[in-house]
Design a protein around this ligand. Sequence first.
Ligand SMILES: C[S@@+](CC[C@H](N)C(=O)[O-])C[C@H]1O[C@@H](n2cnc3c(N)ncnc32)[C@H](O)[C@@H]1O
Length: 371
Amino acid sequence: MDSVYDFFKRKRDWSKYKDLILDYYLGPYLQIVKRIRKPILVVDCFAGPGRFDDGQSGSPLIIANHLQKLHDLHFPVTGYFIEEATVLYNRLEDNVHDLTIPIETRFGSFRDHVAEIARLSQTHTVFVYVDPFKPTDVFFNDLELIYNQLKRRASVEVLMNFMSVGFLRGVESFRDRVIADGGLLENHALVLKWNEIAGGSYWQQIAYDDHLSPDERADRLAHCYADMLKKWFNCVLPFPIREKYEHKWPKYHLIFGSRHHKAAELMNRAMVKARREFVNDGFIKGHLFPNQPQKEILDPDTILRIVIETSREVGKTTWVDLRVQATVANPATYTDSEFNSAIKRVIREGKLASNCKGRKIEEAALVWPVD
Ligand SMILES: C[S@@+](CC[C@H](N)C(=O)[O-])C[C@H]1O[C@@H](n2cnc3c(N)ncnc32)[C@H](O)[C@@H]1O
């Protein structure tokens, strides 16, 4: 593994897609949450220096750029950036020094600042970005104090780089030590530690199941982690970030959690955009004959099928709930407006029952499966 200093020498291609998602999301997100009329706090728990050695913006400067637009309109915003490596922290301070928006930098581990962020979330709308360097950097319950504020009607959202593949490599490295006579030593210190990172023991089945491909393992792990986050968030969306489409492992998964379906749909749009850009860069741009994989070609019948299947699973519900459930079950695949068109069509074609006609979007209308 590169050292943390090598990491910032130049921005890697796959980091570009991670940053695109953050960047695509923050603009519309801030436009929506400014209506709540609470001050806005954007927290970067693993900030790094703010700028890569090749001149590209790191996450703190991407965040600051969006906050600046609201600040110019006199909305109260703060960027809150934490970094624990002295050299990188000093660079971060230099890089944010000339910004005109309120910035709070914090030196040290993010864990030492969780209580302060939890306190701030009682008065602020909070977005937390968690982009660690290695899987052992974040234990599942580390941010619990902040997430618990949701029970007090706080507005908190999280975008996390869940290091699914790093996690699998980590637990593979000690597999021989924790398996004896074909059984897992459940109380072994290493097993207990990785349970804490994962937030449960579900990883053991996934990581040590030799029938699963590496890709399936990483995906399953990320989906289980996402399910664990549902303890706090109604909508959780996992999205794999890859270096190359054909690679059998992703680099990691981004996982987004929110209580609000509007935020989840915005994030889903950002993920769809990044995914399509990724496919475009790899298979379409500069190719005389686009050769994207079959599953990346938008097939109108597939989205209709997804809507009908989701309706069967959830039963009678509202249009908007059906759309959100279909999104959560198929993250980063179709936008909300594509789902709306599909819902309209299945209603008009009589494949879904409804108390509306399916001619226009009626989010409060009831929809239910046709037997
Ligand atoms: C993957 S990098 C973050 C990159 C940054 N998000 C960006 O895109 O520009 C992780 C950073 O977190 C820092 N770090 C590691 N453990 C930390 C901790 N416990 N608290 C705060 N920062 C930490 C590392 O020094 C490193 O700069």
